[in-house]
Write a protein that binds this ligand. Structure first.
Ligand SMILES: NC(=O)c1ccc[n+]([C@@H]2O[C@H](COP(=O)([O-])OP(=O)(O)OC[C@H]3O[C@@H](n4cnc5c(N)ncnc54)[C@H](OP(=O)(O)O)[C@@H]3O)[C@@H](O)[C@H]2O)c1
Length: 341
């Protein structure tokens, strides 16, 4: 089968950083599906895993953790899917990724693709949707039911609103939970994007966030979701969060965070890492398949829209290097997807 892989960890400008290769097609065991991949999403995690270092791989390593495709074969213990089903999933960081014509994935972390979407529209969604859903409804404990009145709606500051995760988090927060959403964006085009997705207020993440919130009428916010540069934004999040509020971040910090800033407010801090369930094979792994099914229904009901913003074709090393380079620039709006091998 065709695949895109690396053996060395090189700067993305180097044509050897991602290579077109031929690999053996794997066979499904246990609860695995063998999926024929039609489109892949590209995420910052791909860039972080590929970051230059001395290590040399003995065998080609396939990255990529976002896919949409068709089930081609199933393992003997599979019960949720059958051959021919259209599926979308992020996969498992400890296993070979989705940048290949065929991939094995545990059925518990797979969703049925929205019927109204093409493969490339669907491939934009899984990793960021799982992250945003888990962050909002499982880590921050936002109620998934909208409030009775708009006046009683709780508020959330989403830092990094126009990126892949922000683009779906804004929609889930506004359209599912009925929150008042203040998203951050630093450019006219990213501000336009977050407003179109439903953010009612926009502030600039390179400015003073608590001061800008006050200007927009918010003394504080019930929730803060940090989707970029935790080191920079944690102190502002601690200043902006309401007494008994909650902060969630999805991005690693490089210096210690001062959680004592939260003590007087009895405010909470929590991580979201969307690979936790598959990495530790938690008893509730199936929740990821379930939430993807739920979001697929929301898409088919036109409550939520896909976040794809750029499609490259075909799926090959040259196009994937281009997508990685764009993400490394840190200014992506929505999602970049590659389609068709
Ligand atoms: N823990 C997890 O499970 C998990 C899951 C997914 C992603 N992540 C991590 O979350 C981060 C975001 O992922 P993503 O897919 O949303 O990335 P992305 O699509 O590359 O995000 C790009 C956006 O980031 C904004 N941005 C740039 N610098 C910023 C800053 N200093 N503060 C706030 N926003 C800034 C930009 O907005 P402007 O153009 O308006 O400046 C741009 O729209 C990455 O580090 C990724 O690895 C973690």
């Amino acid at each position: 089968m065709k695949a895109i892989a690396l053996t060395q960890y090189l700067p993305i400008e180097n044509p050897e950083s991602l290579l077109d290769v031929q690999l053996d097609k794997p066979a499904p065991q246990g609860r695995d599906l063998l999926v024929e991949i039609k489109a892949i999403g590209v995420n910052p995690v791909d860039v972080k895993v590929r970051a230059p270092k001395e290590t040399i791989e003995k065998a080609p390593r396939v990255l990529g953790w976002d896919a949409a495709g068709v089930v081609q074969a199933v393992g003997p213990e599979v019960s949720r899917f059958k051959v021919g089903d259209r599926v979308f999933y992020a996969g498992d960081i400890t296993r070979p990724g989705s940048n290949s014509e065929f991939q094995l994935v545990d059925e518990r972390i797979v969703g049925n693709m929205p019927q109204s979407l093409s493969f490339e529209q669907a491939a934009a969604l899984p990793l960021t949707t799982i992250t945003a859903w888990e962050a909002l409804f499982e880590r921050l404990h936002v109620s998934p039911t909208p409030p009775a009145t708009t006046a009683s709606a709780k508020s959330i500051l989403i830092i990094g609103g126009a990126g892949g995760v922000g683009s779906i988090a804004i929609q889930l927060a506004v359209k599912v939970a009925g929150l008042k959403v203040i998203a951050t964006a630093s450019r006219p085009e990213s501000e336009k994007w977050v407003r179109e997705l439903g953010a009612q207020h926009v502030v600039n993440h390179f400015g003073d966030l608590p001061a800008q919130l006050k200007q927009q009428g918010f003394d504080n916010v019930d929730y803060v979701l940090i989707l970029n540069d935790t080191d920079r934004h944690f102190p502002a999040a601690a200043a902006a969060v309401a007494p008994q509020g909650m902060i969630c971040t999805i991005v690693e910090n490089s210096a210690p965070l001062d959680v004592s800033l939260l003590k007087a407010k009895s405010a909470g801090f929590i991580w979201e890492f969307m690979f936790t369930r598959s990495m530790f094979q938690t008893a509730d792994m199936q929740q990821q398949g379930n939430l993807l099914d739920q979001v697929a229904r929301l898409i088919d009901q036109q409550v939520v829209v896909t976040t794809v913003n750029q499609v490259l074709s075909p799926i090959n090393a040259a196009n994937l290097r281009q997508a990685h380079a764009t993400l490394e620039g840190g200014r992506a709006i929505g999602k970049i997807v590659l389609k068709d091998f």
